[in-house]
Design a protein around this ligand. Sequence first.
Ligand code: GLN
Length: 304
Amino acid sequence: MNYKKLFSEIAAELESLDDKGKVASYIPELGNVDPNKFGIHLTTVDNKNYSLGDSNEKFSIQSIAKVLSLALAFKLDDEKLWDRVGVEPSGTAFNSLVQLEYEKGIPRNPFINSGALVICDILVSRLENPKQDFIEFIRNISGNPNIDYCLKISESEKRTGFRNAALVNFMKAYGNIKNNVDIVLDFYFNLCSIEMSCKELAQAFLFLASNGVHPATHAEVVSVSKSKRINAIMQLCGFYDEAGEFSFKVGLPGKSGVGGGIIAIHPGKYSIAVWSPKLNKKGNSYKGMKVLEFLTSRTQSSIF
Ligand code: GLN
């Protein structure tokens, strides 16, 4: 594929693309970002890199980090993980509480907030120094020691994260949270606060495009089977109640975050990260979705 040509077509397409939506402000610190930022970076499995715009600027990756926490918990807990969290699309918003009661505290999947909180609980149990060990895991898989949490963002969410506090307490009542709820929440808010650029994201996620092995270092991040399964969950659950729409229009496994980032994977070919902070009504980047739709339509290269 001629990615160079593709990126100049994307640049031209961006001129005419509207940018509806709103920057997330329910986490006050996220509201301070420049709404007009835009970055995109694609890394191929044979390490060719293509980018546009603010692709080297770090932003709050928010729920995109839930893929990496799942990868580590899956590696450590293996199949036992699925006793505590499902793999079905939720069809509800990322912070929804409704399903949890009639499903007795077992979240539908690891990417809605309730599921991600269970994954955090597992990591808090399994890691010796949870926050330090987790950030080291990300630094290792991306070969980048400069990746870190953002205290300003995690503190801001801690002050306003009442729905997440409700979710974790509710699951604790059902016995699906083993640790102290404040420790689990602290880990979760830090996880969501991680800052990375599009380039760093695309490179960190490359293992999911190459059967669980990082192509540059040849290090196995997760097994082949686990890599396939993580992609499957991204495909079905990565965009909450817009997962069908993303699958329909873009046709790649992916994951969004309320910071306006999206990561998408073309297994065997590339990983791509887009950042545009204005979100649609479902909490996914408006422009990010459009650009990825343009990219896979123009190249006729979805996974289907
Ligand atoms: N930290 C955010 C929250 O819990 C993550 C949500 C998201 O990115 N979709 O609300």
